[in-house]
Design a protein around this ligand. Structure first.
Ligand SMILES: Nc1ncnc2c1ncn2[C@@H]1O[C@H](COP(=O)(O)OP(=O)(O)OP(=O)(O)O)[C@@H](O)[C@H]1O
Length: 207
């Protein structure tokens, strides 16, 4: 499988954030996106995920001759953790596990992977910032999707948790997985491609 973006451009309101962005990634590859605050990294991830329309251009997944929306083959980990605060950790993960029929790990197995076994009966809302992020990462392991779209995935993680997550990302790549991550911090695994979003600012006459 590959993910291809052709001549992508994004607008927020009347402002063009970036334009003429092209990339392709293949199985087992990590693409990182960097750039200063507000340049459009989260916007780009949301366009790739299909949550926002591109201003111009297109992005799609491709397998052989078939092209299809990225949403069908991806997990999206946004800046928010996508968990209900009043439900327990286990109830939240069970919800997500039922949401997608293709099973990879059970909620308890996924929690074990992020070294959080034992807190499954706590309401999500009482967890520390780093624990919340680890539960959100556990969600990625409930079902296999070829592409992980990650927005600042290590935000709030300490050194040990970041190392656990690096191992989880490597295992995903070993299952032929792909990763596109917006990040200010090194992810601790080798990247294959890198987009510096500053290089795609609009030309003055186009803005
Ligand atoms: N819903 C929205 N409506 C209008 N403008 C928005 C909206 N969401 C974001 N923006 C603007 O779009 C621009 C890009 O935001 P985005 O969140 O994509 O940046 P970013 O590169 O991810 O920033 P950061 O590094 O701070 O997370 C910013 O100027 C932001 O204020």
């Amino acid at each position: 499988m590959e993910i291809t973006a052709i001549d992508l451009s994004a607008k927020r309101g009347e402002e063009v954030l970036f334009q003429h962005l092209h990339f392709t990634i293949h199985d087992r590859e990590l693409l990182t996106i960097t750039g200063p605050n507000g340049i459009g990294k989260s916007t780009l991830l949301r366009i790739i995920a299909g949550f926002l329309p591109a201003n111009e251009g297109e992005v799609a997944a491709q397998e052989g001759d078939q092209r299809f929306p990225v949403a069908l083959v991806s997990h999206y980990l946004g800046s928010q953790n996508a968990m209900k605060t009043h439900l327990t950790v286990l109830q939240n993960l069970e919800f997500w596990s039922n949401f997608d029929s293709a099973q990879l790990l059970s909620p308890m197995e996924a929690l074990d992977q992020v070294e959080l076994s034992g807190i499954e009966h706590l309401p999500f809302g009482v967890l520390s910032t780093g624990q919340k992020r680890r539960v959100a990462i556990a969600r990625l392991l409930l079902s296999h999707q070829p592409l992980w779209l990650l927005d600042e995935p290590t935000s709030g993680l300490d050194k040990h948790a970041s190392a656990i997550f690096a191992k989880i990302m490597e295992e995903h790549r070993n299952r032929s997985g792909m990763i596109i991550a917006a990040t200010h911090l090194p992810l601790g695994i080798e990247e294959n491609r890198h987009i510096l979003l500053d290089e795609y600012l609009p030309d003055f006459e186009d803005s």
